[in-house]
Structures are given as C-alpha cells and as structure tokens.
Design a protein around this ligand. Structure first.
Ligand SMILES: Nc1ncnc2c1ncn2[C@@H]1O[C@H](COP(=O)(O)OP(=O)(O)OP(=O)(O)O)[C@@H](O)[C@H]1O
Length: 389
C-alpha cells in the first residue's frame, strides 16, 4: 500500500491541477488560493474484491460540498479501501465515483483535485520539514515570501515550526503525521481525504488538532472525507458519520441521528454503550420481558443507553421500569458506572454522582426510563419506524 502511495504522492501532493486553475493569471505575494467552495462527491455502488474477500461491497453515499463525512468502522471494515478508490489509488471492481457530478472513475489520481493525508503516507525523506510542507506551493510557483508565510502558519498550527529545519528521519512518528497533515492543508484543496491522520498523536494534541482541522475545514469550506476507528473523533468532527462493517455501509447520518436512532442492533451496539432487552406492549404501556423469554409472543428487541436510565425512588413511575441489584459501582471520573443484575439480565447504568449518591454493591434499585429513549427493532432486526424521533 505504501509503495503505491509513494509512487503517487508527488502527483497527489504537488501536481494537482486545482492550483494551476486558481493561480492562473495571478502572481506575487498576497494571492488568495482559497477555493470558493469544496466539491461534492458521490460514490455509487462501489465495490472492490480481492479474490473472495469483499473489501468494499456495493457502497453508495454522497458528500455535499463543504461537508465533513467520516467513515467509521473497526479494522478491516473497508474504510481505507473506499478512500483509496476515491483518491484513485485503488481501482474499483465495480461502481462509480463522481466529483461535482463528473465521473472521475477513470481519472488518474492527480486529475481528481484531492488533497490526501494517509496513514502510511510518505513524506519526502531527503527534504527537511519546511521543504516538505512548501513542496505543493513551490510546484505552483508561489512567491518565496508567500510560501514562507503559509508554511510558517501551517507549521505553527501543528506545533512544529520549531522543527522546520529537521529532516523527516529526525522526527517522531507523531510529528511526521503532523507534517503530512500540514503538507496537505497548506495548499487548501477543495477536497481533503484523511485516513487516520491522528493515529499517532497523544490525546491532548489529538483533541487540539481535531478542533484545528475542523476550524480550517469550515473556514475554507472544503469537503473532507475522513477515516477513523475512533468513535469519539468521528462524532466530534463530522457533519455526518458513515458506519462501515464487512465492506458495507451500515448507516450514514448526523452523529446524534445514528446515536439516537440506530437502524440496526449492530449500529446500536457499535456506537457508544447499549443495553438490549426484550419488551412487550401491554394495555397500559410497556413491560420488560424476563431474560430467557426471548421470543415470547409479541415481544420486541429494544435498546436503551445506560445514560438514559434513572433510579426511581419509591412511588415514582416511568414508562418502563426494572428492578435490579447493584453488582458493582465504578467511578472513572465523569459519570458513575453501575452494573445491575435484573430479571432481564445484566443492565449497565450511567448516573450523575449526585443521583448515584452512596449506592453500593448489593443494594436493590428500581431503574426507569422513558419510551422516547428506547429504540425498538423489528423481527428483521431493523429499527421500527414509529420509534424514530
Ligand atoms: N491489497 C489487498 N489485498 C488483499 N486484501 C486486501 C487488500 N487491501 C485490503 N484488503 C482486505 O480488505 C478488507 C478491508 O480492508 P481496509 O484496509 O479497507 O479496511 P479498514 O476498515 O480501512 O481497516 P483498518 O482500519 O485496519 O485500516 C480487509 O479484510 C483487508 O484485509
């Protein structure tokens, strides 16, 4: 994979025709190379098979101009292969890729107008930090003063201006990633493809860069397709998140939408924490079925998030409730975590410290929740329409 990238990286980093178009007729310092807007991308029935492995299997989605879309999934789910096909670095077995409505499936990478930061993306080892980042600008004949200004600003953003004279080999893996990010951002392409660009960064810097990247993306109006297996990163940064598993797009939507209204038990379990129970509608409301009565007549699979459960005090009611015994209480900072044993099986609960009070192992509790906070799945394992908010 990296050999392929190395072979193409000059083209991707430096020889994008966007710059020629934008710079045409312009000269000297102070020239703006900001794109007016990002480009829209449509992926239609995209597949890539390796022998019997369906790395990507009939995936379709659209990204609007200026939108930040993240492909989220566990290792091997097909995220990188999807991104590589969009970049033109992997040939699809089937399907189409359109940029601003134009089919680019047959175009070489450098004709696609895309900026790229990939996991295994090669910096130019013979160049120092400054020259790596300056490279795309030099290729476009931008003035020295303007190159100096922009490279400095971009290096400051990734906190590496002090390393401008270092060679790539003198940098840590994390620093190299940040230089790769700087090199992709410095030429402000209308579309940026990023594959785990923050994988090697420590938490503090990662959070800072997440914000910076998001700010830059918004201020430039560029389109970003981002790949990560980090849920929090995906939820924080993205306008929409596409959940991938086994080469297929499971669900795509705004972070809150996929969290609050997962279409399948898989998506519900993959994102955040979840309790699965069976429930049945009664004449007066809902009841929770005991564990083991899994397929009792008229019951449905339901999911409720641990933070949507509350402790009911005596006499207090809720649309749904369940008695339990506390198996353990943990405090990792933030919310208190409880595991309770109930007739419907173990149920996880997140409570504010004040609500948890002095609860201890072995205590009896009554858990309650609103039917609004419950996602119901039909027999075919898909969310039932009437439960959607
Ligand atoms: N060049 C290849 N040859 C054979 N199989 C491949 C190739 N590239 C990817 N695959 C397979 O396709 C599947 C999807 O891989 P892909 O790299 O797209 O997943 P991913 O979601 O990006 O995972 P990761 O987060 O680990 O990079 C995996 O099973 C992988 O082994």
């Amino acid at each position: 994979m990296s050999a392929l990238l190395r072979q193409n990286d000059r083209a991707l980093v430096g020889a994008s025709p966007i710059f020629e178009e934008r710079e045409a007729g312009m000269n000297g310092p102070g020239v703006s190379t900001k794109p007016k807007m990002g480009a829209g991308i449509t992926v239609r029935n995209l597949s890539r098979h390796y022998g019997t492995t369906k790395a990507v299997d009939d995936v379709s989605f659209s990204v609007e101009a200026g939108e930040f879309l993240t492909l989220l999934g566990s290792s091997g789910s097909g995220k990188s292969t999807t991104l590589m096909m969009i970049a033109g670095l992997v040939e699809p077995s089937a399907g189409q890729i359109l940029i601003d409505g134009k089919d680019v499936s047959q175009l070489v990478p450098e004709k696609r107008n895309l900026g790229v930061v990939f996991q295994s993306y090669a910096l130019f080892p013979h160049m120092n930090v400054f020259d790596n980042v300056a490279f795309p600008l030099k290729m476009r004949g931008i003035s020295r003063a303007e190159i100096e200004r922009r490279v400095k600003a971009t290096l400051e953003m990734v906190e590496l201006d002090s390393r401008r004279g270092y060679r790539v080999g003198q940098l840590s893996g994390g620093q190299q990633q940040r230089i790769a990010l700087a090199r992709a951002l410095v030429f402000e392409p209308p579309v940026l493809l990023m594959d785990e660009p923050m994988g090697a960064l420590d938490r503090r810097l990662r959070e800072q860069l997440q914000r910076e990247v998001k700010e830059i993306q918004q201020s430039l109006g560029i389109t970003v397709i981002y790949v990560t297996h980090d849920q929090e990163e995906a939820m924080l940064m993205s306008d929409r998140v596409g959940i991938m598993a086994e080469g297929r797009m499971q669900q795509i939507g705004a972070p809150r939408e996929i969290y609050e209204a997962p279409r399948t038990p898989f998506v519900a379990a993959f994102l955040g924490e979840s309790n699965f129970l069976r429930v049945r509608q009664t004449a007066t409301g809902w009841e929770v079925c005991p564990d083991g009565a899994a397929n009792s007549a008229g019951s449905l699979e339901a999911m409720v998030r641990p933070e949507d459960l509350h402790l009911l005090s005596p006499g207090q009611t809720a649309a749904l409730s369940l008695e339990g015994v506390v198996r353990y209480v943990e405090f990792p900072g933030g919310a208190m975590r409880l595991l309770t044993d109930t007739p419907a099986g173990p149920v996880e609960v997140r409570l504010h410290r004040h609500e948890a009070g002095t609860l201890r192992e072995g205590e009896r509790v009554t858990l309650g929740w609103s039917d609004r906070d419950m996602v119901l799945f039909g027999a075919e394992g898909r969310a039932r329409q009437e439960t959607a908010p």
